[in-house]
Design a protein around this ligand. Sequence first.
Ligand SMILES: Nc1ncnc2c1ncn2[C@@H]1O[C@H](COP(=O)(O)OP(=O)(O)OP(=O)(O)O)[C@@H](O)[C@H]1O
Ligand SMILES: Nc1ccn([C@@H]2O[C@H](COP(=O)(O)O)[C@@H](O)[C@H]2O)c(=O)n1
Length: 253
Amino acid sequence: MTVSSSLTDYTINNAETHSLRYPVICIDGPSGAGKGTAAWRLAKTLGYQLLDSGALYRIVGLKAFEAGLISADTQQQPINETALLELTKSLHIAFEPNHDSGRVDIIVNGDIIGEQVRNETVGGYASQIAVFPQVRQALLKLQQDMATRSGLIADGRDMGTVVFPDADVKVFLTASAEARAQRRVTQLITAGQTADFDAILETIKVRDDRDENRTTAPSKPAEDALLIDSSTLDADTVYQRIKEHCQALGICF
Ligand SMILES: Nc1ncnc2c1ncn2[C@@H]1O[C@H](COP(=O)(O)OP(=O)(O)OP(=O)(O)O)[C@@H](O)[C@H]1O
Ligand SMILES: Nc1ccn([C@@H]2O[C@H](COP(=O)(O)O)[C@@H](O)[C@H]2O)c(=O)n1
């Protein structure tokens, strides 16, 4: 698997040793906490690259579903781990900033993957494949390589604990499941879609549970992370708190 950005290519087998060290800011936390929103604004302000690590897991989850390796029924067993790993390694993924959506566009094997990759169903596929240590290992180096070219804002579940344990700044951003479900409802209604609060809340809780309780790289704050509960904070306040924390740790805005 290769991941590339508009600036450069990152190859999974790239064994280069890098002596340069660029600033890395990690924002971890559960789905809907506002990580992507804060990460985008920080990346734009600081001129850093953005690693949306959830997008990597979502792509692998979507492709695994399309290949019949996983099903919507999360009780399905067993999953062919060898085939899943082969599939992961066969993907060529490119990220392109999309200034209209405020997220990165994802290009897989030359095709732009539409917004479908962002929906809760695909989030569920992602969390199914994210429990496999070999899949996580296959995605590890390409994520780490993104910090070798410029400053990086990394958004995910294990950025501060596993992928960038020496990061300059670590934030664990959370919010109650109810607040996060309400944000999803608002997001869907704004996009002209229908939304069922109770169904969304249940999906969020199932995904949280799987992400927090898996054996490998569970979603949890790093010991040195700043904890922010955004349940009653607006996105601007969250951004300002992260910015102040970054400044206190020597990141220049
Ligand atoms: N502090 C906030 N208060 C209210 N809404 C917010 C806040 N932060 C973000 N949002 C909105 O909540 C929704 C989810 O935010 P965002 O995509 O940034 O979350 P996320 O943590 O990156 O989720 P995921 O991990 O699923 O990608 C978006 O519609 C966003 O505009
Ligand atoms: N560092 C990460 C990032 C994501 N995951 C898994 O992917 C799912 C989707 O992530 P989003 O941030 O796009 O919502 C998430 O629920 C995790 O299962 C991960 O394991 N590690």
